[in-house]
Ligand binder design. Structure first.
Ligand SMILES: [Zn+2]
Ligand SMILES: [Zn+2]
Length: 349
């Protein structure tokens, strides 16, 4: 395991920046907010840990990039900022999310509320669910894993046409696996930042996806005809568990973070860290590090404590109900809950 330790001064200037006007806006944070944000600078602090990588297939060793500090984020002319009349994040589900319409609606509602707390101050709405057939999207059977896959680029085209006028962005989500082009095995998601459109699949967040017994594998002899969408009727969708909900919340907020122009984080453990595989994305925390938090805060303008309170409230409104379909399964969010309470205690001091 390799630990990426940045010198304290490096983290400080990544957070505060070196530009006079940006240092001035930083100084407008309250004493408590600064003490939370600067908590990351103290080695061994309990809230923000350094990034570790565990093998050369992890993101950072395989994608050498310049880390994006607050100043380079802020100065990027191509980043998207919610502005007057464009403050709604739309979520479009494609295909089924569970057995039955009610479960899809319930699951998406949890995701919607989570995103609304995460991007506190923006409105998150979902558009009426659509079937795969109504997207007219090309699909295929993966020649190695025999599961159904949708063409990601065509879904982006479909979403672009459905994007409402007041949208900050539109994000398509599906439980069906995606592929970007014939020669590729799969893709977790694809986005067009300039258009504010993205599409992401949660298929590979199913614990069974990589097992031979995976229920989404079609029989080898089965060769659906192009355009025959009947193959999607009753097609396998992963069971909705607390872990799947956690992974979906993490992916969705990470991907929407990119639409704001936040690049992969290389500073501290952060939900914006890149990931090459499931084990690595599971290792990421639920929330952003102070440097990425400042990026989001400057784009949206929330009070840091209000955002943490909203996330805490999202977890707690599902507490105590363990029956999957009657309550939100928040068991997997309990470490995050404790972390939020610690952050809030600093802000309340
Ligand atoms: Zn990413
Ligand atoms: Zn970060």
């Amino acid at each position: 395991m390799h630990v990426i330790e940045h010198p304290v001064e490096g983290l400080r200037s990544a957070l505060r920046s070196t530009r006079k006007d940006l240092i001035e806006t930083y100084e407008k944070y309250s004493k408590e907010e600064k003490s939370l944000l600067e908590g990351c600078l103290i080695p061994g602090n309990s809230l923000f840990s350094p990034i570790t990588f565990h093998s050369h297939s992890d993101w950072i060793p395989s994608h050498p990039e310049t880390p994006q500090d607050f100043q380079s984020f802020y100065s990027n002319p191509y980043r998207r900022t919610p502005n007057k009349g464009h403050t709604t994040i739309y979520i479009q589900t494609i295909g089924s999310f569970g057995e039955g319409v009610g479960i899809t609606e319930q699951y998406v509602e949890w995701l919607r509320e989570y995103c609304q707390a995460f991007f506190y101050g923006l409105v998150v709405e979902f558009l009426p669910a659509v079937t795969v057939a109504s997207t007219s999207c090309t699909f295929r059977v993966n020649s190695n894993s025999y599961n159904l896959q949708l063409h990601a680029g065509e879904l982006l085209g479909f979403l672009k046409k459905r994007k409402p006028k007041d949208a900050f962005c539109i994000v398509g989500i599906t439980m069906i696996d995606l592929y970007p082009r014939d020669s590729w095995n799969f893709v977790f998601g694809q986005a067009s930042l300039t258009e504010g459109v993205g599409v992401f699949s949660f298929a590979r967040y199913d614990d069974d996806f990589y097992k031979r017994s995976y229920a989404g594998r079609l029989k080898k002899a089965m060769k659906p005809k192009p355009g025959d969408y009947s193959v999607f009727q009753g097609y396998y969708t992963p069971p909705i568990t607390s872990k799947l909900l956690l992974r979906s919340c993490k992916t969705l907020t990470h991907e929407i973070g990119h639409i704001f122009g936040v690049q992969h984080c290389q500073w501290l453990q952060c939900v914006m860290q890149g990931s090459n595989h499931l084990e690595e994305s599971d290792r990421r925390p639920m929330d952003v590090c102070p440097i990425c938090l400042r990026k989001l805060q400057s784009a949206i303008g929330f009070k840091i404590a209000d955002r943490y309170k909203a996330l805490l409230c999202w977890i707690d409104t599902g507490e105590g109900v363990s029956a999957l379909h009657s309550g939100k399964p928040t068991e997997s969010f309990q470490d995050f809950r404790q972390w939020l309470c610690k952050c809030l205690s600093i802000l309340r001091d």
